[in-house]
Design a protein around this ligand. Structure first.
Ligand code: NDP
Ligand code: MG
Length: 402
């Protein structure tokens, strides 16, 4: 049973005449979600939270809801429904539960912008629902575009719904493109820190453990993207994300390793001029930019200091060692359902690695074998994307004996 929408809506703090942007944070208990709440708290004259969602961390969700007083919350894990409802119903906050409740919440008219900050494939359906609902999207959940980027962006265009990137590289490119609508992009350059194992070779990687892989040098992120950063899969997913966000051909997307993470990415125009967006690595900046766009709002985040930074360096990625980036590029070039298959197999292999079921280098093998196994579809429908995801997940899980 889906206990969603069991209570009569009440206690919505957003009254008539509300001038603040109403934000729905899908994935509010995660790394991006909690940082977004910090940004909102610091700018309570501009933003108000109206929907919060979590998968199973109901304690943090309750804490957030009691502080920010949204109209509704979603807890996906239905075993946490009663505890969440008991804690929030007296505060007049609607509590919804179950997977379907994410889409039901996305269909509400109680928000202006969705911050899509759920991790993985699970973020796709609610984001599509928000687009159908004509809400603007601040997109952190890159997997949404990796799986079904053509359909998502086409629907966004039909609905005239802005999709504003939160991923720091894509935010950088988006910022570089402001004022350049008539100018053609020659190429974009996505920067990558290289992750915790930059410079290492397979004989080292074969023995690395989850604790080691979760330690990112520059960014403090959720577990899945931290592993993706360590394997460089994250950069491959970002190439596919960039293709759809900026309507690029695969050959227009280049990756460069830039260990300091100060240049967040660059655009090269037809005259050869390169524009870069720079700053200290702090996700609050792209989150704030996406929520406030087209405005820039002041903040007290630490500033980059040229006198203290010794150097900015660049090198090509080592795709012989970090083969996940190579296979993601293959999916980018071949297109069709291959990126969806890549993404599903990657989610399963990261899950397996985080539970110490497989080694660091085994992840590539699981993904490669899954990509070879699942039949290629050149122009999938949305249903076919979902089917490819399910088939790939099942096959990859069978390889791991999950
Ligand atoms: P986290 O793992 O920290 O948070 C994920 C959020 O999604 C949590 O709120 C979690 O709830 C919820 N969630 C997890 N699984 C499901 C599910 N099956 N259904 C519904 N909700 C679910 O991830 P991050 O914040 O690091 O990343 C979020 C997204 O943003 C990812 O797509 C990532 O690639 C992207 N991104 C993240 C960056 C970062 O710095 N963290 C940078 C750029 C992009 P619960 O807490 O209850 O498990
Ligand atoms: Mg990124």
């Amino acid at each position: 049973m889906n206990p969603a929408i069991q209570q009569k809506p009440s206690g919505n703090q957003v009254g008539a005449g509300e001038h603040r942007k109403r934000i729905a944070i899908f994935g509010s208990t995660g790394s991006i979600g909690t940082q977004a709440l910090d940004v909102i708290e610091a700018n309570s004259d501009k933003f108000v939270v109206t929907i919060l969602t979590a998968h199973s961390n109901h304690q943090l969700l309750i804490e957030q809801a009691l502080k920010f007083r949204p109209y509704a919350v979603v807890i996906v894990d239905e075993t946490k429904y009663n505890a969440t409802r008991q804690a929030l119903s007296s505060a007049g906050i609607q509590v919804m539960a179950g997977e379907q409740a994410l889409e039901d919440a996305a269909a509400l008219d109680k928000y202006d912008m969705m911050l899509a900050a759920i991790v993985g494939f699970a973020g796709l359906k609610p984001t599509l629902k928000a687009i159908e609902n004509g809400r603007s999207i601040a997109l952190a959940n890159k997997e949404t575009l990796v799986v079904a980027g053509d359909i998502v962006m086409q629907r966004a265009v039909e609905k005239r719904t802005p999709v504003i990137p939160v991923d720091s590289e894509h935010s950088a490119i988006f910022q570089c493109l402001v004022g350049e609508t008539r100018n053609r992009i020659e190429k974009i350059v996505l920067t990558a820190s290289g992750g915790p194992f930059l410079g290492k070779k397979p004989n080292y990687l074969v023995n690395v453990k989850r604790e080691h892989a979760l330690q990112h040098p520059n960014w403090n992120m959720g577990a899945k993207i931290s592993i993706d950063s360590a394997t460089l899969m994250n950069k491959g997913l970002e190439m596919i994300e960039a293709k759809w966000l900026f309507n690029l051909k695969p050959e227009q997307i280049q990756v460069v390793i830039h260990p300091q993470s100060i240049i967040h990415s660059m655009v090269q125009f037809e005259d050869g001029s390169l524009k870069a967006q720079m700053g200290l690595p702090d996700m609050k900046l792209p989150i704030q930019y996406a929520m406030a766009f087209p405005q820039r709002i002041p903040n007290a985040f630490p500033r980059f200091d040229f006198s203290k930074s010794a150097q900015l360096s660049f090198e090509p990625p080592d795709i012989k060692t970090f083969r996940n980036l190579g296979i993601a590029m293959e999916a980018l070039y071949k297109g069709g359902n291959l990126p969806a298959v890549l993404n599903a197999a990657n989610e399963i292999s990261v899950f397996g690695f985080l539970r110490n079921r497989i080694g660091f280098l085994d992840m590539t093998e699981v993904i490669e074998r899954t990509m070879q196994k699942i039949p290629f579809i050149a122009k999938p429908t949305l249903e076919e994307y979902f089917e490819s995801d399910a088939e790939a997940r099942n096959f990859a899980a069978s390889l791991l004996n999950l």
